[in-house]
Structures are given as C-alpha cells and as structure tokens.
Design a protein. Structure first.
Length: 154
C-alpha cells in the first residue's frame, strides 16, 4: 500500500525514489546524500500489529530456533505466551521494541535529510493535507506537486 503511494508520488512529481519498509537498514551515509521520508506508527500500533504479524508470518528469522527462547523460534515463543498481555510484553522486549528503539534513535539523530510523518495523518482530510505539505517541503517540490501528493495520498 505505502510503496504504491510513494511510487505514485515519485512518478507524478518526476522524482527518483527508492522504497523500503526497513528504514533502519539504510546507512547514515546514504541518508546524508538523499532525502528520506519515514512513515511511523503509534508505538502501541507497532507492538499490537507486531504481535499479530509475528504469530503468522513465515520470515526465516522468525522460524529459526533460538537459545534465548529455550530452543523455540521467535514465532513459537510468542505463540506460547499465556495471554494477550504476555504476548504484548514479549513483543515489546523483542522485534517490536527494537523497531521503536530504531525509530527513536533516528529521530534523536536530528538528520536534516530525514522527515518523519505519522501514519495517523492518513485518518483525516486535515491530516492528509498536513502530511502532503510536510512531504512536499521536505522534497523541495512545487505547490503543484504538493497537490499531486495530496491527491495520491487521499
């Protein structure tokens, strides 16, 4: 979904873009030479969606047995938690918590080439307008392109 949105923005505004859903894998040197837009979620949503996703997904790292989890895989250890609350705590101490730490670290770094936009901005027309403005300013594009961004995001 987001990849399609950003590719559409890039095409409509004649920008060269590269999409990734793992911003933490983009090294500092690359970030220093390119403008980056990082769409972030509310931390609770990161954890809650992580619990749902990590119980079902089949990424290789999630299926490998880990000594940390008594020989179980991440997915097995998560599924073995006794309650939803325990699963949330497990995820906070695991992959979801790591994602939140990565976001916080990047936000504190103050890198001028990185702009953060909240996924919750997509919930209202005013939010979409603000998000479009932030993206357009960060990418240093024309007001016409800002309108195109707004149309794509909406």
């Amino acid at each position: 979904f987001f990849e399609t949105i950003f590719n559409d923005i890039c095409n409509k505004c004649a920008l060269r873009c590269q999409y990734t859903n793992h911003f933490e894998r983009i090294d500092a040197d690359t970030r220093s030479h390119h403008r980056c837009i990082v769409m972030i979620r509310n931390p609770y949503e990161i954890i809650a969606s992580g619990v749902r996703y990590h119980q079902e997904a089949k990424e290789p790292w999630m299926l490998q047995s880990q000594p940390t989890y008594g020989g179980k895989s991440y997915r097995e250890a998560l599924r073995a938690q006794s309650s939803d609350e325990a699963k949330i705590i497990f995820e906070m101490n695991g992959a979801g918590g790591g994602t939140i730490k990565d976001i916080a670290h990047l936000m504190r770094s103050g890198e001028a080439n990185v702009a953060f936009v909240a996924i919750e901005s997509l919930y209202t027309e005013d939010g979409i307008r603000r998000l479009s403005r932030v993206i357009a300013r960060h990418l240093n594009v024309t007001s016409e392109c800002e309108e195109r961004i707004h149309d794509v995001v909406r």
